[in-house]
Design a protein around this ligand. Structure first.
Ligand code: GAF
Length: 412
């Protein structure tokens, strides 16, 4: 288990790695290093693209982008390198539009741009489009990326890349983008350059997170409020149980669930499932097939659980949210059907060991569960999860505590 700390124990290592990689690829020192956070979602799953409510928080694991301007003259280039893959990817800034303007995900699907590089280059493309800046008025830039956000763990390693690169470009290109705009640019990169049909929760959380707080986001108005979590003051820790089961949001189940929500909203005559009141669920049951009805019911009840969690945190503190976390997991397991046996075992084990509450976090089909536990219980819950996984023949989970942390920032 990773010891809690105010920053990840690997944070400065990843920052140094980004700087070293920059020097190795570019033969000079970067102009600066910027970072953005991974995130855990406390509650509110798949509600973001239904224009509902979410309550994620940024974690201490971060992705760093070391960046420096180039002097290319008349043909500015953007070059990205990362510790995720060997080799740098370089494009003319002027060719970003031609690379990414087509149907979502084409550049990656065609093999023109590796997926890891599309997160970074897609941010550059979306930033130019959002600001109306043309390639010939901007200098070229080199970017080197390193991270200690676990990849494929449902902790938004992709949003952390987007947030770090957006922060770096915002400053070196002098774009003047406020944090929410950077988050929207990150989402556009993910949706259109990479081709993953996600909502905006992860980017907002990664960029706009605050220490010891969650970000309560209304995904329709895009209003954000900081909600104090107070885990440490209450003697609690947030334990991540990473099942090691890998998932991808660019394909498969995530897209299916999004399609089902859109079908449900259309059949019910609303713009988004956000607009379905709980009292309308009986009508929805009559109108929809069983699976679509249960997808709708998850979204409707999950939105209410987010509101209830915010209320409970504000009036009673984190010990009051346990049942809401557990109910959220049950809804994802039974109605939205995005859990997997490893996530269910992680949640059941944590609850049996006395966790305040537990649920899977993120898009599902793998990734991590979170458990809110007494600080002294992190080690026993970890041991119990490891034993439960071993007894079922699952690969050992990776358990570590996360700390609600600051979002995007300049580090050097
Ligand atoms: C993934 C997506 F990226 C988010 O937008 C959100 O939909 C989440 O799954 C599920 O709540 O992390």
């Amino acid at each position: 288990m990773t010891a809690p700390a105010s920053t990840s124990p690997h944070a400065s290592a990843a920052l140094d790695e980004a700087r070293r990689l920059f020097a190795h690829v570019s033969g000079r020192q970067p102009d600066g290093v910027w970072s953005s956070a991974g995130r855990a979602n406390l509650i509110g799953e798949h509600t973001d693209y239904n224009e509902g409510f979410v309550l994620p928080f940024a974690i201490q694991h971060r992705t760093y982008a070391a960046a420096g301007l180039r002097s290319d003259g008349g043909d500015p280039r953007i070059r990205v390198a990362s510790t995720f893959a060997a080799g740098a990817v370089e494009l003319a800034v002027g060719s970003l539009a031609a690379t990414f303007d087509g149907p979502a995900g084409t550049a990656v699907a065609d093999g023109a741009v590796p997926e890891w590089a599309a997160y970074a280059l897609g941010v550059a493309w979306a930033a130019l489009a959002a600001t109306g800046r043309s390639a010939d008025e901007l200098p070229g830039v080199d970017i080197a990326i390193a991270s200690d956000v676990p990849v494929g763990a449902g902790l938004s390693s992709s949003a952390a890349i987007e947030g770090a690169v957006a922060s770096a470009l915002n400053e070196v290109w002098g774009l003047g983008l406020p944090p929410l705009e950077m988050a929207l640019i990150g989402r556009r990169a993910e949706n259109e350059a990479v081709g993953a049909p996600t909502g905006v929760m992860d980017q907002v959380s990664s960029i706009m997170g605050r220490a010891d707080a969650a970000t309560f986001l209304d995904c329709r108005s895009l209003d954000t409020q900081s909600v104090d979590l107070g885990f440490a003051a209450e003697g609690l820790e947030l334990l991540v149980i990473d099942t090691g089961v890998k998932h991808s949001h660019a394909t498969g189940g995530y897209r299916d669930r999004r399609d089902a929500c859109e079908r449900g909203a259309a059949a019910l005559g609303v713009a988004a499932l956000r607009d379905v009141p709980a009292a309308d669920l009986d009508r929805a049951r009559d109108l929809l097939d069983d699976a679509t009805f249960r997808r709708v019911r998850h979204i409707v009840t999950e939105n209410q659980r987010v509101l209830d969690t915010v209320g409970a945190l504000r009036t009673s503190g984190p010990r009051a949210i346990g049942d809401l976390l557990v109910a959220s997991h049950a809804s994802m397991r039974d109605d939205f059907e995005i859990s997997v046996p490893e996530l269910d075992v992680a949640v059941e084990t944590a609850v049996a060991e006395g966790a305040v509450g537990a649920r899977m976090t993120g898009g599902g089909f793998g990734g991590s569960a979170i458990a809110l536990v007494e600080a002294a219980a992190s080690a026993p819950v970890t041991a119990a999860a490891e034993a439960a996984f071993a007894a079922r023949g699952f690969a050992a989970p990776h358990c570590f505590t996360v700390i609600p942390s600051q979002g995007a920032r300049r580090d050097a």
